[in-house]
Write a protein that binds this ligand. Structure first.
Ligand code: ATP
Ligand code: MG
Length: 322
């Protein structure tokens, strides 16, 4: 039997229950359709606009949110209902906002050491100290900084602390949830390069979340594009960039800034007019049909499935389903 993918999602859905006045309850369909596999050692980029469900998907995969339905398989094992403690070691997350993800009352050494303690990864105080120092050095910090508090560090350094904390437990899979969005452009590439080096050295697998395709383009082997809770396109990074099929992906790529102002203006005209519907009142059929310039009657009636349109290139769009 061939080896299962590192991660396999089966009909995974995450709805949030929200109370409205008069005892009325409604549901936000944050993750509706994400039939993804993540292969061992790859970086899968996940892109889409704010609110499309990227963080919810990342957190649901790690069971930080309990799925509403569907299944998560890690190395072929169904982890949807299991006690996650043994898996927490293998599956980690790096957060978007480093300052709010670090406990301000703990020193950097305590933050990194806590991960070691939870999983009993150091047998003596000496070993614990050595491991903390090695981890801080691994992420480009000074081991003498272990006694300092998070607020004494810059944003980029705080993100390095968050990475050291994730690395402490020797994970195999890391959800990188927009790990550089809050940082200066000059720092972003340093952190991205470090994550890439660590991946090569330690054989890590990443789900790398970003708003913008240009951030994940170079580091991802494949990219998944998400719109209103649904993965609408999935392809190898170069292929997606060169040959985007879904009208939504095409509009995202047109929104990538280009240095020539005339060209930017010309392209802007092609960008979609109108507001993205709320995930509480998603339109029936294809969720993109209300904004899609190429929508047909069928698009408002039935939701398209993510299907292979070319080898390794999948798209959820009726234009490609014939
Ligand atoms: N804990 C929660 N309770 C209720 N609704 C939530 C919760 N978390 C997220 N949502 C809603 O689910 C939808 C998806 O949110 P999510 O944070 O996953 O989007 P995102 O793609 O990560 O956005 P961003 O790019 O801004 O980080 C949004 O409509 C959001 O308001
Ligand atoms: Mg998010």
């Amino acid at each position: 039997m061939s080896k299962p993918p590192l991660l396999h999602l089966e009909n995974l859905k995450k709805y949030f229950r929200v109370k409205e006045g008069w005892g009325k309850v409604r549901y936000i369909h944050a993750v509706e359709s994400a039939p993804l596999d993540i292969e061992w050692g790859e970086t899968l980029g996940l892109v889409g606009e704010s609110g499309c469900g990227k963080t919810t998907l990342g957190r649901t995969i790690l069971r930080l949110y309990q799925p509403s339905s569907g299944k998560i398989f890690f190395k072929g094992e169904d982890i949807t209902q299991v006690n996650m403690l043994p898996y927490r070691r293998k599956m980690q997350i790096i957060f978007q906002d480093p300052s709010s993800s670090l406990n301000p009352r703990m020193t950097v050494g305590e933050i990194v050491g806590e991960a070691l303690d939870i999983h009993k990864l150091a047998s003596s105080r000496g070993e614990r100290k050595e491991r903390i120092e090695a981890l801080l050095e691994r992420v480009g910090l000074n081991s003498e900084q272990a006694n300092r508090y998070p607020h004494e560090f810059s944003g980029g350094q705080q993100q390095r602390i968050g990475i050291a904390r994730a690395l402490a437990v020797e994970p195999e899979f890391i959800v990188c949830d927009e790990p550089v969005s809050a940082l200066d452009v000059s720092i972003q590439s340093q952190i991205v390069n470090m994550l890439e080096d660590m991946q090569a050295e330690l054989g890590l697998t990443y789900l790398f979340i970003a708003h913008d395709i240009s951030v994940v383009r170079h580091i991802s082997r494949r990219i998944a594009v998400m719109y209103l809770g649904c993965v609408v396109e999935l392809a190898e990074s170069y292929e997606l960039y060169k040959n985007p099929l879904h009208p939504y992906t095409r509009s995202l790529l047109q929104a990538v800034p280009i240095p020539d102002p005339d060209l930017t203006r010309a392209r802007k005209r092609e960008i979609l007019a109108g507001e993205i519907p709320s995930p509480m009142d998603s339109p029936p059929g294809c969720r993109f049909n209300t904004l899609c310039p190429q929508a047909k009657q069928q698009c408002a009636q039935a939701a398209p499935e993510l299907r292979e349109a070319a080898p390794g290139h999948r798209v959820a769009c009726h234009l490609f389903s014939e």
